[in-house]
Design a protein around this ligand. Structure first.
Ligand SMILES: [Zn+2]
Ligand SMILES: [Zn+2]
Length: 136
């Protein structure tokens, strides 16, 4: 995927299309998160996130459908209030970053997933079938 131009812009949206966004390359990282909060918020075995610098992220939400839920003291999760798609994550632990759900970005981006994180919380019914490094 690294053949993509550094000037490329990646577009994405929620399920209903009310909340759209774009990210201007380069992204910062991409990782599979196995933490229990991500699993619950997304109804998924794990969540693949892409990190973007906030200034490279642009929101297009003309109807104001994006809602933020404070999922912990220092973190919040953004979702579409019409269709419920869970899209974004921000935390004081990663200042200046917008974390975007990989599944909501259309097509290829400038990097593949690089690691599994929070593996100590991994669901018992998930089997990791790749050789990517595991990080706390
Ligand atoms: Zn929506
Ligand atoms: Zn997580």
């Amino acid at each position: 995927m690294s053949a993509m131009s550094a000037a490329h812009t990646f577009k994405g949206q929620c399920l209903c299309g009310a909340v759209k966004f774009s990210i201007t390359a380069p992204t910062l990282w991409c990782a599979h998160c196995h933490c229990s909060l991500c699993r619950r918020a997304h109804g998924a075995g794990f969540v693949t996130w892409v990190g973007s610098a906030e200034e490279r992220f642009a929101l297009d939400d003309p109807e104001g459908q994006l809602c933020w839920y404070g999922s912990s003291e220092d973190s919040r999760r953004g979702f579409c209030s019409r269709c419920g798609s869970t899209l974004f994550f921000q935390s004081e632990r990663w200042p200046g970053e917008m974390h975007v759900a990989r599944s909501n970005i259309q097509g290829e981006i400038d990097r593949d997933p690089q690691a599994h994180v929070y593996c100590q919380s991994q669901a018992e019914w998930i089997t990791i079938g790749d050789e990517l490094p595991h990080k706390q």
